[in-house]
Unconditional design. Structure first.
Length: 295
């Protein structure tokens, strides 16, 4: 049995038929547009790294407004660039990476913001703000009717059911309505403070960051290379680069620069640092060779 593409898209709830024409609806545009900036400016995810604990000095900022799936992935790359990670070793060949805040919890919060934001509120974007003491992920709009502060996280009413359903089908979320419980469970298992939520025209998830000294272990779990040459802590940008190379063996510097959205000169400098400390190595010819993880 052959099913036409329009029928599949209609079953997904991303197109509508009007006057004999097949048109993408709002959900379809959000998921399939190559650049939402030309259509909806308020659908971006704005990611900002602040110096200190106030919204004054900006160290880095990115606005992602491609399709909403790509924007989620880019927001997570931004978080991984600026969230500290430590390595532990249990005797197995592969190191254990422990971010200061579980990436799964942060990802769930970003996806929740995309799925539950009020898209009729055109004056604000989803905001991912990183401070020295916390990470805030804010979604424009008040709580959906039927949900209040007391039952928030226990009951679920979908504001954008089509978007949530498609994220579920793609495997970005497990079960709709369980996200808050899962996020809090991840924080508890990591020994971290529970996520705080604020409701003031935005729904904001606040992740408390561990104290800086807690991110630098002194119990000998880091190997000598990290402890000695990198002062016990791998720079967050280097961690992202190292993990990207580990997941894309043989990749070349130009492709890394495009994917991570960093200047090529910066990538070359960071590659030299990782190569010097024997985290990565280059294999193959100058034209066709690439970089591989040494771990």
């Amino acid at each position: 049995m052959v099913v036409s593409v329009p029928t599949i898209l209609q079953n997904l709830g991303v197109i509508e038929r009007q006057d004999g024409k097949v048109l993408f609806n709002n959900t379809g545009i959000l998921l399939f547009a190559k650049n939402l900036e030309h259509i909806y400016r308020h659908t971006a995810i704005t990611c900002v790294l602040f110096k200190g604990i106030n919204r004054v000095n900006i160290l880095d900022r990115k606005d992602f407004n491609e399709d909403i799936v790509t924007s989620v992935d880019n927001a997570m790359l931004f978080l991984k660039q600026h969230i500290s990670i430590r390595y532990e070793f249990d005797g197995s060949p592969k190191r254990i990476e422990i971010p200061e805040i579980p990436f799964e919890a942060l990802r769930e919060a970003v996806i929740n913001a995309v799925c539950h934001r009020d898209y009729f509120e055109k004056g604000a974007n989803i905001m991912v703000a990183i401070f020295d003491d916390r990470v805030e992920i804010s979604s424009p709009g008040t709580l959906v009717k039927g949900i209040n502060k007391k039952n928030f996280g226990e009951k679920s009413i979908l504001r954008n059911a089509n978007i949530a359903s498609l994220f579920h089908r793609m495997g970005y979320i497990e079960k709709m309505g369980t996200g808050i419980i899962r996020m809090q469970d991840l924080m508890k298992k990591s020994g971290l403070t529970p996520i705080q939520f604020e409701f003031d025209g935005f729904v904001t998830a606040i992740f408390e960051r561990p104290a800086a000294e807690d991110n630098i272990p002194d119990d000998g779990k880091l190997n000598g290379k990290l402890n000695g040459k990198l002062n016990g802590k791998l720079n967050p940008e280097l961690v992202v680069l190292l993990d990207y190379i580990a997941n894309h063996p043989g990749i070349q510097a130009n492709d890394i620069a495009v994917s991570l959205q960093r200047p090529i000169d910066t990538i070359h400098k960071q590659i030299r640092t990782l190569t010097k400390n024997e985290f990565i190595e280059r294999r193959g010819s100058r034209k066709t060779g690439g970089y591989f993880s040494c771990s």
